[in-house]
Ligand binder design. Sequence first.
Ligand code: FE2
Ligand code: FE2
Length: 184
Amino acid sequence: MSDTGFLSDIQTLRARARQHIEEGAVTSSYGADRETVLKLLNEALATELVCTLRYRRHYFMAKGIHSQAVADEFLEHSNEEQQHADMIAERIVQLGGEPNFSPEGLSTRSHAEYIEGANLIDMIKEDLVAERVAIESYTEMIRYFGDKDPTTRRIMENILAVEEEHADELSDLLDGKNGEGMAH
Ligand SMILES: [Fe+2]
Ligand SMILES: [Fe+2]
């Protein structure tokens, strides 16, 4: 046992890292089942892409008396979902996988749905449902990643915090805390 303690030997660690260099960010201490993590991340990616598209549609279709502020909110959310998609795709590549951007089967891979909504209130409600679905499934993923893949866990925790903000903003819009009150 060298005096570098539990890391046993920095040289051994470096040699091991070099040996696995072709595996990218995946080192031999990677504790998770990589295939499962990649599958979960591709489902999260599909969820983010569907949410990006749904918010984009809602942004362009928002009409009516309170529509400007709500449309701005839709656009902001759409852009943030796109950022989440990028973060997840980047992590998939780091783990040696391939991000699935195929439009084929996209809505099946996604946990959240693409629902157009007939009017502004419907759109906000559908977005809120989708956020709640994302919050539920990301919470489960985070529990699964646990200590086995702390980096992926942190990425998903950061995304989850933003989804919770989205849900909060949408329910404020419905409750009328954000202006004149949409639902009344
Ligand atoms: Fe998101
Ligand atoms: Fe969101």
